[in-house]
Design a protein around this ligand. Structure first.
Ligand code: BJ8
Length: 425
């Protein structure tokens, strides 16, 4: 196995503390993932990528930087990666998903901040994540209050560029978002020193669309009566999509899908026939947050989808590829990104429609609305959301959790009670 310690030292990371983090991951990953029976062979790629999460991809980014390529760290699915790639940069997701970083974040943030923000800030201030140390620039956005203020703290360490996201979806809001994208393009050109052209942006749009198409193909297997892949595995693939090389990721995901096609022909499923099916909705599950999938699937129940930003919201819509001018492409990007239904929008009725549609498409027996503790946006939205789903006869369970394992037993009890209800439906 390659030794990445030299690279971490050069990145000025806190090696001692980072060593502690490195010890935790293999055990957790082994318990949740490697214990699965009948995992598709092509999941081996993703297993390797995760087990070397602070090695393989960071080393590639460092190599790219030596050639003058700039790395943009992002925290939200509204930030258009296409602009970064079109400017010759590399976009990489940075959202922290580990409890390990939460305590570090609490050194500078109020305890009643969501784990995602605490972990993201903690990873940077304690210098225990190479991705944070590598990024030349962080790209923030004005989605929730906690993030907005966190950018000001992160800006002490790495320059943060903030995109102002409208909070409604009127025509003038799409126009405003197009203007934000236009300004981000200028910033990306300034950082990389490259000009974005019709050719480079057109190519970048296809590149990211192809990644989305591969994920759409993967998730289509979850709609089948007997899915050939677990929900846990699909979540992992989605999480890796945020930071892997997009060309290789698309290639590997399509390869995995080819194997799944064969599994379908051979009638191979990872679930017992007739297993109950659950759809998750709510806040994102950043890597290595696999807690709820693990709890549910340990009950022999299929997680068939996630209406989250680490799930369907990330890839559901494509950018129109037919535009031939920069202006046309910027508008196509604005249109596509404004179709994402995050709880930071008001009203956000389309999210409810999406969930109802996914329940039908993925044939879910019930929905678990999961909220990351202290996320007011999704917590408040949960009231009308759950009311609307129940009105349509959809069984819903609302859960609140964080990154710690302290509530594991309690969550399991609540999930078991919910599954009991599904079994009696
Ligand atoms: S588009 S969900 S990725 S903002 S959980 S940090 S909202 S307090 S992550 Fe998100 Fe973009 Fe929306 Fe998706 Fe704030 Fe809530 Fe924490 Fe959150």
């Amino acid at each position: 196995m390659t030794d990445y310690r030299e690279m971490w030292k050069n990145l000025n990371m806190d090696i001692e503390t980072h060593d502690q983090l490195c010890k935790v991951l293999p055990q957790a990953f082994g318990d949740v993932y490697l214990s699965q029976v009948n995992q598709p062979e092509n999941m081996a790629y993703y297993n390797t990528v995760v087990l070397n999460i602070h090695g393989i991809r960071p080393a590639e980014l460092v190599e790219a930087q030596k050639k003058g390529v700039k790395v943009f760290g992002t925290f939200c699915v509204y930030v258009p990666d296409e602009i970064v790639f079109a400017a010759g940069g590399i976009a990489t997701g940075l959202c922290g998903g580990s409890q390990f970083w939460v305590h570090s974040g609490e050194k500078v943030l109020p305890t009643n901040t969501c784990s995602l923000i605490k972990a993201s800030v903690g990873a940077r201030i304690d210098r225990t994540c190479p991705f944070f140390s590598i990024a030349d620039i962080f790209v923030g956005e004005t989605t929730c209050d906690g993030k907005k203020k966190a950018w000001e703290i992160l800006n002490k360490f790495t320059q943060v560029y903030v995109m102002e996201l409208p909070q409604q979806k009127r025509a003038k809001d799409v126009t405003a978002w197009a203007q934000e994208i236009r300004e981000f393009l200028i910033k990306a050109e300034e950082i990389t020193g490259n000009k974005v052209t019709v050719e480079s942006l057109g190519k970048a749009i296809k590149l990211v669309n192809n990644k989305r198409r591969a994920l759409q193909r993967l998730y289509s297997f979850r709609k089948l009566p007997n899915p050939p892949i677990s929900g846990k595995d699909c979540l992992l693939v989605s999480q890796i999509a945020f930071y892997d090389d997009p060309v290789r990721f698309t290639e590997m995901t399509n390869k995995l899908c080819d194997e799944l096609d064969q599994r379908v022909r051979d009638n191979v499923s990872v679930y017992a026939s007739g297993a109950k099916r659950v759809l998750f909705t709510g806040t994102p599950m950043a890597i290595p947050n696999w807690k709820l999938h693990h709890i549910v699937e340990s009950e022999m129940v299929a997680v068939v989808g996630e209406e989250t930003c680490t799930g369907i919201r990330y890839f559901d819509n494509l950018v129109d590829e037919s535009q031939t001018t920069l202006e046309g492409m910027i508008h196509a990007l604005a249109e596509r990104y404004m179709k994402i239904n995050c709880a930071c929008f008001t009203p956000n009725i389309a999210r409810i429609d999406d969930i109802k549609r996914y329940v039908r498409e993925y044939k879910a027996d019930g929905v678990i609305d999961v909220n990351l503790k202290f996320c007011t946006l999704y917590d408040v939205e949960g009231y009308l959301l759950e009311e609307a789903l129940k009105k349509d006869g959809i069984t819903v369970l609302g859960l609140e959790t964080d990154y710690s394992d302290g509530d594991f037993a309690q969550l399991r009890t609540r999930v078991e009670a919910f599954l009991e209800i599904l079994n009696n439906c």
